[in-house]
Ligand binder design. Structure first.
Ligand code: GLN
Length: 514
């Protein structure tokens, strides 16, 4: 039996770490928690964060969690609710990847990350025991920076609708993991999964005032993640605090070499172990290229303020240079579409997903299926990708981009000779208005400038909330700071972010009305 010592109103303010305590001390049951967050999600469905919710499935999972808690077999995060970006395949919920191509699609299996956070991999090690609240909206096949590219109708909306930023519902939440960021920011789930190919965990986390981390490429399995650009795609957690991200990331990482050929054979790590470490003497590299022209004053001042806070905590700021930062945009927008054009060839109307209703022959079936199934941004990238991979252009574009990608990675190794972590803005601006850049793909691409370099190098990166815009036009919109670490330095990043969050309370701020 539970001791009713926690008021309902307080439940959604608790962090994952606090919920673990509340559940294990039986102050609340997994079923009560699940139903509380489902009710909140329904009450705020106007934000468009969820694309699939199934109360019966969630409650059944929560009952299993309560049984495991009662019998002393609880997983590390047993009974804590989580929601997944709709790019992870799930057998109990639909998997759409934000695309008409997969509208209503049901996978026969769960992605490794979903299993690891949930009930475990069948026949393998038990999972962390989290309870799935549902699936979260995202840009189609994770292509986008604003979540305006989703072709899927959010729960209760009946038609595709934008995901809204709770800090200002006329603004984008960021993307592509926009639904994940909004669900966490509006307290519709204590934590969510996201994926980051070129910034899709860090940028929406920054725009919605939450914390998110993308681990070193290869640390979290890509098995069951609908592929966009395979050499870049990585899963990671999004939550309110670095401590919560550490708890989820500890459960998400680990080798899956039989099922993902790029999974690294590196053991899972307990990322909470080093959270308390001091940042005294920490050398924070500040890349000059991240503070140049085009950076909004509010972002510059707020990130500088956060750097000063780190100095107060004993860290040292070291000026560094990442000279090929600007090149990361053309390089990424060649490599990512090239890989996407290959990955998306599987959507041919034969194996799964959408198939055109009327066609004359096989070629016509392919053509109509793909014309109807893919949205504009996806088609744009398939065309760019096919072009840069075509005979005659391969050397000029694709090969050249691969060479520069290596040089970008080398720039980071050079920088890490002088510093332990790198810090700077996540994006040049705060979240922009819905529709503001939707007709201008290049304007969207340019906004990725600070997240792309780390992605191309395969480095771990995170975003943590460090303040709010004060200028009249953007007043009150959250601003994140990015931390980039060397390979396998996730624990360090989380520690550095955690120390900031112990000294400040930006991560605890909440949007009015949510
Ligand atoms: N905004 C970038 C893009 O559109 C990154 C997306 C992502 O990380 N999934 O490709």
């Amino acid at each position: 039996m539970t001791t009713p010592s926690l008021s309902k109103a307080a439940l959604h303010d608790l962090t994952v770490a606090e919920l673990v305590q509340a559940l294990s001390s039986k102050q609340v049951s997994a079923v009560e928690l699940a139903s509380h967050f489902l009710d909140r999600s329904a009450a705020h469905s106007g934000l468009g964060a969820y694309v699939d919710v199934r109360r019966d499935i969630t409650i059944a999972q929560a009952q299993n969690s309560d049984a495991r808690i009662a019998s002393g077999n609880a997983g590390a995060l047993e009974g804590v609710p989580v929601a997944h970006k709709d790019i992870f395949v799930t057998k109990d919920f639909v998997t759409t990847a934000g695309s008409r191509m997969l509208n209503g699609y049901r996978s026969p299996f769960d992605a490794t990350v979903v299993s690891k956070l949930g009930a475990g991999v069948a026949g393998g090690t038990p999972g962390a025991g989290m309870v799935t609240l549902g699936k979260l909206n995202c840009d189609e096949f994770a292509m986008g920076s604003s979540n305006e590219n989703s072709a899927v109708a959010p729960v209760d909306s009946g038609a595709p609708a934008p995901v809204r930023n709770p800090w200002n519902t006329q603004r984008i939440p960021g993307g592509s993991s926009g639904g994940s960021a909004v669900a966490v920011a509006a307290r519709m789930t204590p934590a969510a999964t996201g994926t980051d190919t070129g910034g899709s965990i860090r940028q929406p986390a920054s725009f919605c005032g939450i914390t998110g981390i993308k681990p070193t490429y290869g640390r979290a399995s890509r098995y069951g993640m609908v592929a966009f650009a395979s050499s870049l795609d990585q899963a990671g957690p999004m939550a309110r605090t670095a401590e919560d991200c550490a708890l989820l990331l500890s459960a998400m990482c680990g080798p899956d070499t039989d099922r993902d050929s790029t999974s690294l054979d590196v053991a899972a790590e307990n990322f909470t172990a080093g959270l308390q470490g001091s940042v005294e003497g920490l050398r924070i590299g500040v890349p000059k290229e991240f503070f140049g022209e085009g950076l909004a004053d509010d972002v510059r001042n707020t990130v500088n303020g956060a750097l000063q806070q780190y100095e107060k905590l004993g860290a040292k700021l070291v000026p560094i240079s990442l000279p090929r930062t600007e090149l990361s945009i053309p390089v990424y927008y060649i490599i990512a579409p090239a890989e996407a054009s290959s990955n998306l060839s599987r959507f041919d109307g034969v194996k799964f997903g959408h198939r055109a209703a009327h066609f004359t022959d096989l070629a016509d079936m392919y053509k109509k299926t793909r014309s109807e199934g893919f949205g504009d941004e996806v088609k744009r990238r398939i065309m760019i990708g096919t072009y840069v991979l075509s005979h005659g252009y391969y050397d000029a574009y694709y090969l050249q981009a691969q060479k520069i990608r290596r040089m970008i990675a080398d720039d980071f190794q050079n920088a890490f000779k002088d510093c332990d972590v790198i810090a700077g803005p996540v994006a040049p601006t705060v979240a922009w208005k819905l529709g503001e850049k939707s007709d201008d793909p290049v304007a969207n691409y340019l906004a990725d400038i600070f997240t792309l370099p780390g992605s191309l190098a395969g480095l771990p990166g995170m975003s943590l909330p460090v303040g709010f815009a004060s200028c009249a036009a953007d007043k009150g919109m959250p601003i994140g700071m990015q931390l980039i670490g060397n390979y396998f330095q996730e624990a360090r990043l989380l520690n550095v972010a955690h120390r900031f969050q112990q000294a400040t309370d930006f991560h605890a701020a909440r949007a009015t009305g949510f």
